[in-house]
Design a binder for this molecule. Structure first.
Ligand code: SF4
Length: 450
């Protein structure tokens, strides 16, 4: 048995190419200097992807020298799809509560989903919805109390900042008070949904009816003050510029500095993902093409620059170099697929995110990657680490280094109907004997003669 040696996973730090940054990248990698926004921009525009990956992996190994990489088993429960906002990247919401496919889940339906989650070893729910003005505050409080009472072992990770800003408006209460009441009813942590890009010029175009970037950050700060841990997110690959992304990251890093110095809780993770265009109004916009030779510019949201795997991994590596105050970076295999999701572990991610039992938002936009626990474990193990199930605080619940590991079970061969793979000579003879009753087209029908 080969002993795990994290040193082996640290690549040599000399660049893979001849590129040399105009500042001391070694100090950033070692953790003795902070990457500035100007340096982040320099790396984005000039550093080859492989160099970024090497530096980001070295940082990830420094921050997480353990022999494992983690994942969580949870279930997305989208309790309603009725929403007052009109995000142009969203294929999930229904603005009209009377629409035939508009819904709000009953408590019984939500409880049943949690029972199913627990049956597969799940430990938490990620509950988010549209922003439905018909639901009173008691719907949420009773729901949280009910879950806490019936499923005390389940961690409730729920309600993104835009929902809390709207709740504050619907219930005429300060967001901090709504948060405190939800916490008393059983809410534990907040997901980072709805962060998108904080720049108001971008939000006005892609998220009309949704809170501002500063309001998003303020809700998270209130949560941190109340000792509730949260996640930070960023949506890339739509109408935003690189400068918008850097501004977004900068605002998160500053708030995290404040939280670490002044609050009992903070951001536990940063997650970015790429816009998925199918079925969304934003997909009607023209797409920027790098072959046109003109740089992408913000043009009031008339042009979309989609992000590919290179762009996703580049931003992931840059996030690892920039966020020296956020410990965990998640791989977004839900939008990038399992292979790029696995590669993300070598570009700064230390966590594979969630074995999602259910996902409705991204799948409404045409992306439907699904991974079982077995597959996530295999992706981690094949990359050189031991897979480990974690909770929302990134504490390890189960290390999978024994023969009972989900990915080390003997798999039964799949069974397919014989005919799909094996055509017998009798089959061939039978097909050849079928009389074709297609009459030859007349000369005029064939279109050769008019
Ligand atoms: S992304 Fe969320 S807030 Fe925006 S329209 Fe969709 S459900 Fe509503």
């Amino acid at each position: 048995m080969i002993e795990f040696n994290s040193e082996l996973l640290i690549p040599p730090l000399q660049p893979a190419t001849g590129y040399k940054p105009g500042f001391d990248i070694q100090a950033v990698v070692n953790g003795t200097a902070r990457l500035t926004e100007q340096q982040l921009a320099e790396l984005y525009y000039h550093a080859p992807l492989l160099d970024l990956g090497r530096w980001a992996l070295a940082v990830s190994q420094r921050m997480h020298p353990e022999d494992y990489r983690t994942y969580v088993i949870d279930r997305n429960i989208n309790y309603t799809n009725i929403c007052t906002a009109r995000c142009t990247f969203c294929a999930f919401k229904r603005n009209d509560p009377e629409a035939p496919d508009a819904y709000t889940l009953s408590y019984a339906q939500i409880y049943e989903k949690i029972r199913e989650l627990m049956a597969i070893g799940g430990t938490q729910i990620l509950m988010q919805g549209g922003m439905n003005p018909a639901l009173p505050i008691t719907y949420y409080e009773e729901l949280l109390r009910g879950i806490r009472e019936k499923f005390p072992a389940i961690h409730i990770h729920a309600f993104s900042p835009p929902e809390l800003v709207e709740f504050s408006r619907f219930f005429n209460l300060p967001a901090a008070e709504v948060l405190a009441r939800f916490k008393a009813a059983g809410l534990s942590t907040l997901p980072g949904g709805g962060g998108e890009i904080f720049s108001q010029r971008v939000r006005t175009r892609i998220s009309p009816g949704k809170c501002s970037g500063e309001q998003w950050l303020d809700v998270m700060t209130e949560a941190h003050k109340l000792n509730m841990f949260t996640s930070a997110t960023m949506l890339i690959g739509h109408i935003e510029t690189i400068e918008d992304r850097i501004d977004h990251m900068c605002r998160i890093r500053r708030r995290q500095d404040w939280a670490l110095a002044n609050a009992p809780a903070h951001y536990t993770a940063f997650i970015h993902w790429t816009y998925q265009p199918d079925n969304t109004p934003l997909d009607k916009k023209r797409k920027w093409n790098p072959d046109f030779g003109k740089p992408f510019e913000f043009d009031n949201g008339r042009t979309v620059r989609l992000a590919d795997a290179n762009e996703y991994l580049r931003m992931l590596a840059l996030a690892r170099l920039y966020f020296d105050n956020i410990r965990n970076l998640q791989s977004s295999w839900v939008t990038m697929g399992p292979k790029i999701g696995q590669l993300a572990l070598f570009f700064g991610a230390n966590d594979m995110g969630s074995v999602m039992m259910e996902e409705n938002v991204v799948s409404s936009a045409g992306t439907s990657f699904r991974l079982s626990e077995e597959l996530i474990c295999r992706l981690i193990r094949d990359s050189g680490w031991i897979p480990a199930q974690r909770n929302q605080y990134y504490q390890v619940l189960k290390r999978h280094d024994g023969v009972q590991s989900p990915d080390l079970q003997v798999r039964q061969p799949a069974v397919f109907p014989k005919r799909q793979h094996h055509i017998t000579p009798e089959d061939v003879a039978r097909y050849q004997a079928i009389e074709l009753t297609i009459s030859a087209p007349s000369r005029s029908e064939s279109g050769r003669e008019k």
